[in-house]
Design a protein around this ligand. Structure first.
Ligand SMILES: CC(C)(COP(=O)(O)OP(=O)(O)OC[C@H]1O[C@@H](n2cnc3c(N)ncnc32)[C@H](O)[C@@H]1OP(=O)(O)O)[C@@H](O)C(=O)NCCC(=O)NCCS
Length: 173
């Protein structure tokens, strides 16, 4: 991810369907505020951060760099522990891209960065995100109902947590 992606990232977060389980759609100014945190992970988060996915191929729009599909991230949560995240444009949904990009990040996290464990969380009702975690071989570890100042619809059904260890990832390859 870089500042060159700002237009695409703004369009992504402006879509209420994309943000359905994440919060209110964002303005460009709000996305700009998020960029420094995304582009400059802490010093101990070596090898982690945010990546954008660009589709190539004959059927995509005639743009030099292909069509922006969305982003994936690994954020440091503790020693040897990172959280996986992803957000795709509607046009990219339902084609296995979230799993494809996430699988590449699991490989990067375990094989290159040397992580021990990768976790992910989502709203209980976010079936698409849970489908990605299931397809990656992640285990459901907890369901928690949290208290929010301004809860999203179905927040009362809670948040689910998933994880996969390096040993589990290696055994499933
Ligand atoms: C959630 C999201 C990343 C899924 O992306 P995607 O590329 O469509 O997912 P994939 O095609 O890789 O599908 C992975 C699995 O989930 C299932 N799945 C995907 N969307 C689904 C949905 N809406 N309902 C039920 N299952 C769904 C797929 O069928 C697939 O399982 P299968 O192979 O057993 O059939 C995408 O919808 C998105 O970006 N949503 C908005 C942002 C968001 O909610 N991000 C996650 C926040 S925690």
């Amino acid at each position: 991810m870089s500042w060159d992606d700002l237009d695409d990232l703004t369009a992504l977060d402006a879509d209420p369907e994309v943000m359905r389980f994440l919060g209110a759609p964002r303005t460009r100014a709000e996305v700009v505020e998020l960029m420094p945190g995304r582009l400059s992970p802490s010093e101990d988060a070596i090898g982690l951060g945010f990546w954008c996915g660009i589709e190539a191929g004959a059927e995509v729009e005639p743009r030099d760099r292909g069509r922006f599909a969305g982003w994936w991230c690994l954020s440091l949560e503790g020693p040897g522990l990172a959280e996986l995240g992803y957000r795709l444009h509607r046009h990219a949904w339902g084609r296995g891209l979230a799993v494809e990009g996430s699988a590449a990040l699991l490989e990067h996290g375990f094989a290159t960065v040397g992580l021990e464990r990768i976790i992910a969380t989502t709203m209980t009702v976010n079936a698409g995100s849970r489908g990605v975690m299931r397809r990656l071989g992640m285990r459901h570890t907890a369901t928690e109902v949290l208290t929010w100042a301004d809860p999203l619809p179905d927040a009362d059904q809670g948040e689910v947590s998933y994880e996969i260890t390096r040993a589990e990832w290696a055994a499933a390859r």
